[in-house]
Write a protein of this length. Sequence first.
Length: 290
Amino acid sequence: MSSIYKKEMKILFSGMMGFIFIALMLVVVGIFMRVYNLGGAYSLSNFEYSLNGGIWAYLVVVPVLTMRAMAEETRSRTDQLLFTSPVSMAEIVLGKYLAMLTVVGVPCLLFCLYPMLYSAYGEVNFATAYAGILAYFLLGAMLISIGLFVSTLTDSQIIAAVITFAVVLMGLLMSSIISLVESSSFASLAVFTAIAALLMLLVKIMTKSWPAALIAAGVLEAAVLVIFFVDSTILETALTSMLGAVAVFQMLEGILYDGLVDLTVYFYFISVTVLFLFLSVQSLEKRRWS
């Protein structure tokens, strides 16, 4: 795993890519810090408010950072060298993941200095500031794991970047989308049907089997139809509840706005990260033996 990590770090930092991403995150958070804290929009004591605006940096950093993780290996056929190397798929995934996580971790470590600097000019709430920095880092870790998984599904960097961008954007805008969604059984039925179609495509990509894809989508659609005809009221809130589970911006509001240390948010980010790293390993294992 260390050899994979060193190779990825060399790729990221031998050129300007890694430094550009670090600078971008520092600049975006710095802009919001100037507006929110130094500009007087909010108290100087709450550095976590700046991180709330800095989340939007992930919209650029994560898709571009992860798009080449495995897609480039597939396109250039160097993935065959990885698959025949003496390292396991888990080590390959972790090596690449940790290298990309380092890029996000460096600015987060620098952010840890900001509350200390603020304390020289006034009282600072260190607990909420560092709780916010940890949540910001774990959010980045989760989004990178999702982008890495997407990269294992295609040999096109552009497609990987576009899909990851859409996923990150949906996560950031989900709380606004929920407020626009009609809470009705028909609307939920339509959305779950669309989800079944997306599930079918995902299973097809991962298994290369249309029967498996159709079965997976059919089971989900059949379950939704049974619920709809038996008791349609169950679907009325099912959609908003499901969308709320992926509204990452809404989850962070309590930490970044209200200063509440919610351990369930940290656990959620870590759990989703582990899940998508596992899926990435399984995706590579499938490609290795196909």
